[in-house]
Design a protein around this ligand. Structure first.
Ligand SMILES: [Zn+2]
Length: 345
């Protein structure tokens, strides 16, 4: 494998060690794939477990013979744009020879990267797409919360309807219109993919902290000026995170490749009990829109009557009241599982 490709593969895997890929992480993976597999022709497809694939037979039937013409990001989706079937090299026996796309959603633990076809499969590899240069594009997913779908032009258009604007492209007026008229909490609006596409828990909390807006504030209560500040800092944070190749929370493959580094710049997310970088007040956590939300109670004024969760004790353990309220054993496991499921949406 050329060294450049290996570097990209490492970078792709590194980024995906994060808890849940959001716009910057997915953009980083898409850029890596663009460097590594653009223009390659697909020769064949092998599948393992298929419960996260929309129509497994469609992949096996329709992918071979097609060239990867573009790699794009749409919200948190990666789209491989596939050429029409080349009739000189392969006769389309399945009646679908027009341009199509392969949609990939990485869920929580999905990884997609090229690998030499002869290399042993990593555990949980469920899709192997043989390319015309002797490599395989492999999809690995331990928890299988991801999704892969072969979509014709019409099905893709149907799939992508209902999504909001990309936060890197949204205009001042459109952003204000989408936020300021809504009687939902701003955190919920940022996470709502029909309002803006691609934002998840990390970048919602980081942008709200930077804009000094409490996550539980209602969209309708924000001034136009606050909405514009939020739009500006959100875009800036996403762009910076893309430059730093996203946020990687665990730390494997750091000996090779370029790691995602934005986690070093987190100011709110995951910092419960630590000092606010602006005012030194301890960062608090609260459930907003069903998700853990991190904020500074001094910089981000809470709506009247809003209560944060009790702070962690200094040894990092929750206090008794918190422990009692969170339940134990099976119930806690069930709740954690539910939170994980919510986090990957
Ligand atoms: Zn503060």
């Amino acid at each position: 494998m050329p060294e450049e490709h290996w570097m990209w593969r490492c970078a792709i895997l590194k980024v995906l060690s994060s808890f849940m890929p959001e716009l910057p992480e997915v953009e980083t993976v898409a850029r890596g794939l663009r460097q590594a597999i653009l223009g390659r022709r697909i020769l064949s497809v092998r599948l393992g477990k298929t419960d996260f694939i929309d129509d497994p037979a469609a992949l096996e039937q329709h992918l071979p013979g097609r060239q990867i013409e573009a790699v794009e990001r749409y919200g948190k989706f990666i789209l491989l744009r596939l050429s029409a079937v080349n009739r000189e090299t392969r006769v389309a026996a399945n009646g679908d020879a027009a341009q199509a796309s392969l949609l990939v959603h990485l869920g929580m633990t999905g990884q997609i990267a090229p690998s030499p076809a002869g290399r042993a499969l990593e555990k949980h590899t469920h899709v192997c797409i043989l390319l015309d240069d002797g490599r395989e594009l492999r999809y690995t997913d331990a928890r299988r919360f991801g999704r892969i779908a072969y979509l014709t032009k019409a099905l893709l258009a149907e799939e992508l309807t209902g999504f909001g604007t990309d936060p890197l492209e949204v205009s001042e007026i459109e952003f204000a219109n989408r936020i300021c008229g809504r009687r939902a909490r701003i955190k919920a609006l940022l996470l709502d993919q029909s309002v803006l596409r691609g934002i998840g828990n990390i970048y919602a909390d980081e942008s709200l902290w930077k804009a000094k807006i409490h996550p539980a504030r209602l969209g309708a209560k924000l001034s136009r000026k606050q909405a514009e500040t939020l739009r500006r800092v959100l875009r800036h944070i996403l762009q910076k995170a893309i430059v730093l190749r996203g946020s990687s929370i665990s730390d494997f493959l750091d000996a090779t490749g370029e790691p995602g580094e934005y986690q070093r710049h987190h100011r709110a997310y995951g910092r419960e009990g630590k000092s606010c970088c602006r005012c030194k007040t301890r960062i608090r956590r609260a459930m907003v829109a069903g998700r853990s939300s991190y904020f500074c109670p001094t910089c981000q004024h809470s709506p009247r009557g809003f209560v944060a969760l009790p702070l962690l004790r200094k040894n990092g353990k929750k206090n008794k009241r918190t422990e009692a309220s969170t339940g134990s054993g099976k119930r806690r496991k069930q709740r954690n599982r539910r939170e994980e499921m919510e986090n990957h949406l």
